[in-house]
Design a protein around this ligand. Structure first.
Ligand SMILES: NC(=O)c1ccc[n+]([C@@H]2O[C@H](COP(=O)([O-])OP(=O)(O)OC[C@H]3O[C@@H](n4cnc5c(N)ncnc54)[C@H](O)[C@@H]3O)[C@@H](O)[C@H]2O)c1
Ligand SMILES: [Zn+2]
Length: 373
């Protein structure tokens, strides 16, 4: 077993149930030890996809087999279009054929698609089997593996699913070396969002932005710290508001997401990656906040500078029509009243507010924002 490049381990405790998140370079090779600490050494079922499987699936299963853990790898096709109820059913059938039980563990090895689908399968098979997430995209490390939301795209994106916490999350930043540059960079849309919610983190991220802009093994130390910071922040918010009910809790994590989701959906999920859409959505929300007298120019400039330094877009240059974008914003599940749209808006770094904005005001602001590009 090779020595980890850095001992960057963070343990995040979530209230009821409790689980650990480990952010550590080389942690994949130590998987049996981590599983053993959680008494998860019966059989392992590794759910992965056709891209991640060939890269890391074999190594993970060999590490487990070497440690005496009987392991089966179940592979699904890579891509959002395969995050379906049919695929979940298929995996349930495979678990059933292999006579998997609640003493076994399901390990979701992959990006957010595998994490959401694998987590959903773990939550429904036998009414719940222990789950371990091994996120392999930066987005999955800082976002989708934290918080317990699982699901598939049935009846709409992420419409069918469950809240189901893993026993353990193992994030090994060294696996990001094989990630495409665009998929690496888009995760910084979410990371920048966390930073805007926390003034100290914002300063830290601004200082590190140039080094983080592209993946480099030279920067694994800072990358590990940033991932751990995001995990802690999301975990803390979720621990106090697990089901998004508090007015100043989990909902604040939707900063940048209202327009972001609208742009993603109006572009049929092919134009923009999620984190890119969030970065554009944050820019829009900041401009709307300026227009409403909530935020100042200085804040907008600071946020735009950060997003650009990280290599993220701040303008929408796609083909979707404003009518389409508005249609999607208005039917977003996160909007409550019919004639107004709920927005998370910034006042300044670390101070955000949730406001109901008249649809007509939003429509005008979206038109101005898109036309101004
Ligand atoms: N549950 C949540 O709270 C939550 C939060 C945010 C996003 N999500 C979900 O996450 C999904 C997006 O996740 P994503 O951005 O990780 O996409 P993804 O899982 O589709 O991964 C992107 C691509 O990268 C490949 N890949 C993954 N790891 C790799 C690696 N280390 N090297 C090379 N290739 C690799 C994948 O096979 C895929 O082709 C969406 O379905 C979204 O709904 C869920
Ligand atoms: Zn998001």
């Amino acid at each position: 077993m090779t020595k980890p490049l850095l001992d960057q381990t963070t343990t995040v405790e979530i209230i009821n149930p409790t689980f650990r998140t480990v952010v550590e370079n080389g942690s994949l090779q130590k998987l049996p030890a981590y599983l053993s600490q959680e008494q998860l050494t019966n059989r392992a079922f590794v759910i992965t996809d056709t891209k991640v499987g060939p890269l890391y699936g074999r190594a993970v299963s060999q590490t487990l087999l070497d440690a005496g853990i009987k392991t089966t790898v179940l592979t699904m096709k890579a891509g959002e279009q395969h995050k379906t109820l049919a695929q979940a059913g298929n995996l349930v059938d495979q678990l059933s054929d292999a006579k998997a039980t609640r003493k076994d563990v399901i390990i979701a090895l992959g990006g957010g698609v595998v994490g959401d689908l694998g987590g959903f399968v773990a939550s429904i098979y036998n009414r719940g089997v222990p789950l371990v997430h091994i996120p392999t995209t930066l987005l999955a490390m800082v976002d989708s593996s934290v918080g317990g939301k699982t699901g598939v795209d049935h009846g709409g994106k992420n419409k069918t699913g469950s809240f189901y916490q893993p026993k353990l999350v193992i994030a090994d930043p060294t696996v990001l070396v094989t990630l495409g540059p665009r998929v690496y960079t888009e995760a910084f849309g979410e990371i920048a969002k966390y930073a805007i919610l926390d003034a100290d983190f914002l300063t830290e991220l601004e200082t590190a932005a140039d080094r983080l802009r592209s993946y480099s093994t030279d920067n694994l130390d800072i990358l590990g710290k940033i991932i751990a910071r995001c995990v802690k922040q999301k975990s803390n918010v979720i621990a106090t508001d697990p089901r998004e009910q508090a007015p100043d809790g989990r909902i604040l994590l939707n900063y940048g997401h209202t327009l972001g989701h609208g742009l993603e959906a109006a572009g049929d999920y092919t134009e923009l990656l999620h984190g890119e859409a969030v970065a554009i959505g944050m820019t829009f929300a900041a401009q709307l906040a300026l227009q409403l007298g909530l935020a100042g120019e200085e804040f907008i400039t600071r946020q735009t500078r950060l997003l650009e330094a990280l290599g993220l877009p701040t303008r929408y240059t796609g083909k979707a029509s404003i009518v389409d974008v508005m249609k999607h914003i208005e039917k977003d599940k996160k909007n409550t009243k019919t004639n107004s749209i709920r927005f998370v808006l910034p006042r300044t770094a670390g101070q955000l507010t949730v406001e109901q904005i008249e649809s007509s005001v939003v429509n005008r602001a979206v038109s101005d924002f898109v036309v101004a590009q």
